[in-house]
Write a new protein. Structure first.
Length: 278
């Protein structure tokens, strides 16, 4: 490699590092900046090195999953499992690269592996966006949908009947679960009106009792199950824990630019294997 070529390569690497640091600073900071805003994705789109872009995308997904989990524990767990599977598959493909492969062949193979992982990560991002926004189509608030999700999931897991499902635009609508989710959220809203309610054990105990009575009165499940009740309460307690940081009127919006994320087809400098961990 001649001096000019080497200098251009180094300059490009420095430029990429600066862009990387701009984006990563948002991810690592505690500031409540919307990482799905057009401005943020302008920064992310400027990063051309496929491996660097993939690493940033994984970090972004992890941060967003953590935030989503503060309201909807069940959905966040599902997306976390999807992300871990993507990362595990990425590392497995890297291991399968033959040590005998070299030069351009290995570079193309490495780039293909990064491309596949990036596409999988973008699919998770798209599905998370659709899941977060589905509360509008169901006719619930963002927070009510967290209870709606757990009611549907436990019904299916424990195989009991509750209401009738209707699928509209790929989203399951169950009016009975909707009604119960609204009741549960209303109970929480009433109890949270007490000053310092999160630190008042009497109020929290009363909340649990009223939720339990609400479930029993509405026949959920048809035959009482302490196991089902305890799992419903896990979502209630998760919501309690993060309720002071949650604002129902401030749901992060997902920019359409998320789904026009630049592809990794570029053959520009391929960084080392992304440093994300399972």
């Amino acid at each position: 490699m001649d001096t000019d070529t080497m200098n251009r390569a180094v300059s490009k690497m420095v430029e990429e590092a600066l862009k990387y640091n701009q984006v990563e600073s948002v991810l690592e900071s505690g500031e409540e900046e919307d990482i799905f805003s057009p401005e943020y994705f302008e920064k992310l789109s400027d990063v051309k090195m496929p491996a660097t872009k993939l690493e940033l995308l994984v970090k972004m997904l992890r941060k967003q999953i953590r935030e989503y989990g503060k309201v909807n524990r069940l959905a966040a767990k599902t997306f976390q499992e999807m992300l871990e599977k993507t990362i595990a598959e990425y590392h497995e493909r890297r291991k399968r690269l033959s040590s005998e492969e070299a030069g351009e062949t290995q570079e193309h193979t490495s780039e293909d592996i990064i491309t596949i992982a990036t596409e999988q990560a973008l699919t998770i991002l798209r599905q998370m966006n659709e899941n977060r926004e589905s509360f509008r189509k169901i006719g619930l608030t963002f927070e009510e949908k967290a209870f709606y999700d757990i009611l549907l999931a436990l019904r299916d897991q424990y195989n009991f009947e509750y209401g009738t499902d209707e699928e509209i635009d790929g989203i399951v609508i169950n009016d009975k679960c909707k009604s119960l989710a609204k009741m549960m959220k209303a109970i929480i809203d009433t109890k949270s009106s007490f000053a310092d309610w999160l630190n008042n054990q009497n109020v929290r105990n009363q909340l649990k009792l009223e939720i339990k009575i609400c479930l029993v009165k509405n026949g959920y499940p048809p035959l009482y199950s302490s196991e089902v009740f305890n799992k419903v309460m896990e979502q209630v307690e998760n919501f309690e824990e993060y309720s002071t940081a949650s604002n129902e009127g401030n749901v992060p919006s997902f920019s359409s630019k998320v789904f026009r994320y630049p592809s990794t087809e570029s053959k520009a400098l391929i960084a080392e294997e992304p440093e994300f961990k399972v």
